[in-house]
Write a protein that binds this ligand. Structure first.
Ligand SMILES: NC(=O)C1=CN([C@@H]2O[C@H](COP(=O)(O)OP(=O)(O)OC[C@H]3O[C@@H](n4cnc5c(N)ncnc54)[C@H](OP(=O)(O)O)[C@@H]3O)[C@@H](O)[C@H]2O)[C@@H](O)CC1
Ligand SMILES: Nc1ncnc2c1ncn2[C@@H]1O[C@H](COP(=O)(O)OP(=O)(O)O)[C@@H](O)[C@H]1O
Ligand SMILES: [Mg+2]
Length: 277
């Protein structure tokens, strides 16, 4: 298993070409944020915006509209009940992240099915949070797209059928390759998060227990979305996002006991700047 170290940031994050505009940095769509979990979609959007995604849209329950705009005015709102408009935005997106705060009700399942039907080979689909509970309880095949799965160990247990004690590299690789036709990226979140792609396995070396706070994974999904939207090698971009998320937490934990998602997102851009030099 390879260790992910700081060098990955310098490898992935490069100075921006001066002659560019926002659409060169990717269109990202989040589908999630039901009546109870609006915060999850908002935290993801905030992380993607601060990671440099060019245009971020959040398709969520309309109850979240004013809180979304008060926290992240940069994000575009889309009512997830308006199927036609959602489909139009979906087809124009480079990266779609579904599941953070999606919930497990009938609406959540119909949105997941819609995403699996619409997604295309040229798009990157991130699957997070509630989507794993839906996948575990319903017979759905993963679609043909560049897939990035970001479960925590409990979600992976539910979906893969592997008890946490049985989640060895060999077992995880075996299940992952059986789940999808094309190689998918698995980000198995835990104290030392592991990333799987084909026959490669990496272990993160950053992150700490001050980060065991609600929304920390939603924030990571947003950072991954922002990174894969703008950096071309999407596996390296995932490694960099995972490392940066943990290393920001490590810096903050030198001076504080608890780290919140809002504090992480404030540091992303400055850390990216110092890594790009
Ligand atoms: N403000 C908001 O809007 C927020 C919205 N959120 C949204 O909520 C949805 C559900 O997300 P969720 O994480 O609560 O998942 P859930 O399906 O209840 O599984 C949790 C169970 O799994 C187990 N477990 C085992 N290993 C684990 C590990 N490493 N890390 C964590 N858990 C681990 C553990 O079992 P235990 O160890 O306690 O026996 C635990 O009881 C999802 O859409 C998410 O985006 C949240 O982000 C919060 C903020
Ligand atoms: N003890 C820990 N050490 C390192 N990282 C942690 C620790 N606890 C939580 N994290 C990180 O926080 C995130 C939690 O993700 P998740 O459980 O999906 O959160 P949520 O769904 O509440 O947003 C993961 O990236 C995980 O690696
Ligand atoms: Mg989560």
């Amino acid at each position: 298993m390879k260790q992910i170290a700081k060098e990955i940031l310098h490898q992935v994050i490069k100075p921006r070409n001066p002659d560019t505009h926002k659409y060169n940095y990717g269109r990202v769509l989040f589908i999630g944020g039901n009546q109870h979990y609006g915060g999850a979609a908002i935290m993801s959007a905030q992380a993607a915006v601060n990671s440099g995604a060019g245009l971020v849209t959040v398709a969520c329950d309309p109850i979240n509209l004013s809180s979304l705009h008060s926290v992240v005015p940069e994000a575009v709102f889309q009512d997830y009940n308006d199927q036609k408009s959602l489909e139009t935005i979906f087809l124009k997106s480079d990266v779609i992240s579904i599941g953070s705060g999606l919930g497990t009700e009938a609406k959540s399942l119909s949105l997941l099915k819609m995403a699996f039907e619409l997604v295309d080979h040229s798009q990157i689909l991130i699957i997070d949070g509630s989507a794993f509970s839906l996948l575990a309880d319903n017979q759905l095949n993963l679609p043909p797209a560049s897939l990035i799965l970001t479960p925590h160990q409990g979600e992976w247990q539910r979906y893969s059928g592997l008890q946490i004690d049985d989640q060895s590299s060999e077992n995880n690789q075996k299940v992952l390759s059986s789940l999808s036709h094309d190689p998918a990226t698995l980000v198995l979140k835990k104290h030392r998060t592991e990333i799987y792609y084909g026959n490669m396995v990496w272990q993160n070396t950053s992150g700490n227990a001050s980060m065991a706070t609600a929304g920390m994974g939603d924030t990571l999904a947003g950072m991954i979305a922002g990174f894969v939207a703008q950096f071309s090698n999407h596996v390296e971009a995932v490694l960099a996002a995972v490392y940066l998320h943990g290393s920001i937490g490590d810096k903050l934990a030198q001076k504080q006991y608890v780290t919140t998602p809002s504090e992480i997102v404030k540091q992303i851009s400055a850390e990216m700047k110092s890594s790009s030099i």
